[in-house]
Design a protein around this ligand. Structure first.
Ligand SMILES: [Zn+2]
Length: 230
């Protein structure tokens, strides 16, 4: 597990150079954003210990297996005192309901939806606050995908709405150097619209689920949006 400090408050944790989770510092300890694939729990807990604070809550950006895979192991290790917060729409899918809401694409869900036994303590809706983080709707990669905006400095943990391996790329847009996110994307048009909405937040840092964090990302995002629109 590699730990990289990306802002005053946020550490990026990386496994295999491929997938990220984030530790966000709050007054009472850390909020862990995403849990990586199975087998990562020990490394995530160890990274928090090394940074000198306990994990108090776990938030998921979406329900894919490479973000939820170590949730059950973390729950077993950390106990019920650690709050688990999951976007309501993706929690429904994780619970086995694959029906679509009116107005949603009825394309088949893509990506890995591994079984998750942990029941969420909180079902998140856009606009909710998790400590200093604001929950921002960003559907498209999955129906319930959310991004998390640190209201202290406008750093944006964007889940898979963007990836940065092989260059900043919108979910659903082709990226031959890292096709995983495109393959996993449910509704590419909605993902592009969400990417535009995230750009409008004027983030000071883009912190993706896959790839390095990008400081002052406006230009990189604009290029990714232009590329995705073609
Ligand atoms: Zn994903």
């Amino acid at each position: 597990m590699r730990t990289t400090r990306v802002t005053e408050q946020i550490a990026q944790l990386t496994r295999f150079g491929l997938m990220n989770a984030y530790l966000v510092r709050e007054d009472d300890g850390f909020t862990l954003v995403d849990t990586m694939a199975a087998g990562s729990a020990g490394g995530l807990v160890g990274a928090a210990a090394e940074l000198g604070a306990p994990i108090r809550r776990i938030v998921l950006t979406h329900g894919h297996g490479d973000h939820t895979g170590s949730l059950d192991a973390l729950r077993a290790r950390l106990g019920d005192a650690v709050e688990v917060l999951i976007p309501a729409r993706d929690a429904r899918i994780l619970a086995g309901d694959r029906t679509f809401d009116p107005g949603e694409s009825t394309r088949k869900l893509r990506g890995t939806w591994s079984k998750v036994a942990t029941q969420p303590d909180v079902l998140l809706a856009p606009g909710d606050r998790v400590g200093s983080l604001e929950v921002v709707a960003s559907p498209g990669h999955t129906p319930g995908h959310v991004a998390l905006l640190d209201t202290r400095d406008r750093a944006l943990i964007c889940g898979d709405a963007f990836s940065t391996i092989g260059g900043t790329t919108v979910a659903g847009a082709g990226n031959w150097r890292f096709p995983l996110v495109a393959f996993g994307t449910w509704d590419g048009e909605r993902a592009l619209q969400s990417a535009r909405e995230l750009r409008a937040l004027e983030p000071t840092l883009l912190a993706p689920g896959h790839g390095r964090a990008v400081p002052a990302p406006a230009r990189a995002i604009d290029e990714a949006l232009a590329k995705a629109a073609r």
